[in-house]
Design a protein around this ligand. Structure first.
Ligand SMILES: Nc1ncnc2c1ncn2[C@@H]1O[C@H](COP(=O)(O)OP(=O)(O)OP(=O)(O)O)[C@@H](O)[C@H]1O
Length: 264
């Protein structure tokens, strides 16, 4: 890890700043010097072939994985580390849990707690991690379930819901921690086609409300219509980034062109 100075508060700094991040599993280098910024309110879609490192990057931003080199900052603050006397010191678990909540993550397979009701899934982290009083957490959960169209399913268990409903609960659960940044890892790829639209609608609403989002998706309609910028990754590197219209019509890198041709 190398320390890079945080920009002064009050400047127009990115909400997410990923700088020269390297990550390997054993001898396999999965991220090879990835840098990208996401501005406040920006929606950025990460595209790339299977195995290019997209999920790993999201997992590093959410601190589910450690990085070997580089830095990741959310709102200027180092993810997983803090600076002390000019050195980087690893955060403790409680600190990491609080930090993780700043970057709400939505997984491909929902990852709800199966033994908890929808309401309990939503109130668990606000109560346990943020120390929110039970009544306040329940009121917040009710409001969020209304936003994702599931106000009447608060007492259901995940297994009683469709995949699309479970994914909307997962989004509401991430929002319950009032994240600064939402990370979506192929949120619709495990869903039956008829359920995809409801989840994308919730994501479109979030984008329209100004939520900053980093989205791994193969939903090209979302990438084209909602994203402010596309980033193409291959072999653990960012090969190209730009506005969706330009990237889709006229990709600069041959690998981007080859990848996007599949969706024509
Ligand atoms: N925990 C792990 N241990 C070892 N290797 C891993 C681990 N997680 C991911 N990898 C490897 O890292 C590489 C990148 O995986 P990653 O899931 O980040 O790619 P991806 O671009 O998200 O692909 P996909 O679209 O298939 O999800 C792959 O070769 C994968 O096998």
């Amino acid at each position: 890890m190398t320390a890079t100075p945080a920009p002064a508060a009050g400047t127009d700094r990115p909400l997410l700043a990923v700088e020269e991040v390297w990550k390997r599993y054993g001898d396999h280098h999965v991220l090879r010097g990835v840098s990208l910024d996401v501005a406040p309110g920006e929606v950025l879609c990460l595209l790339g072939p299977s195995g290019s490192g997209k999920s790993t990057l999201l997992r590093c931003v959410n601190r589910l994985e450690r990085i070997q080199r580089g830095s990741i900052r959310v709102d200027g603050e180092l993810v997983g580390y803090r600076e002390q006397d000019g050195r980087l010191v690893e955060r403790d678990e409680a600190d990491i849990a609080r930090h993780r909540a700043l970057t709400g993550m939505v997984f491909q397979h929902f990852n709800l707690f199966p033994h908890m009701t929808v309401l309990e899934n939503l109130t668990e982290a606000p109560r346990r991690v943020a120390g929110m009083p039970a009544a306040e957490a329940a009121a917040l959960a009710g409001e969020l379930l209304g936003r994702v169209g599931l106000a009447d399913r608060a007492h259901a268990y995940p297994r009683q819901l469709s995949g699309g409903q479970q994914q909307r609960v997962a989004i509401a659960r991430a929002l319950a921690m009032r994240p600064r940044l939402m990370l979506f890892d192929e949120p619709t790829s495990a869903l039956d086609p008829e359920l995809v639209g409801d989840v994308l609608r919730v994501m479109r609403d979030l984008a329209a409300e100004g939520m900053t989002m980093l989205v791994v998706t193969h939903e090209m309609s979302f990438a084209r219509d909602v994203a402010d910028r596309l980033v193409f990754m291959d072999g653990g590197r960012v090969l190209e980034a730009g506005p969706p219209a330009r990237m889709m019509a006229d990709p600069e890198h041959p690998r981007t062109r080859e990848f996007l041709a599949r969706f024509r």
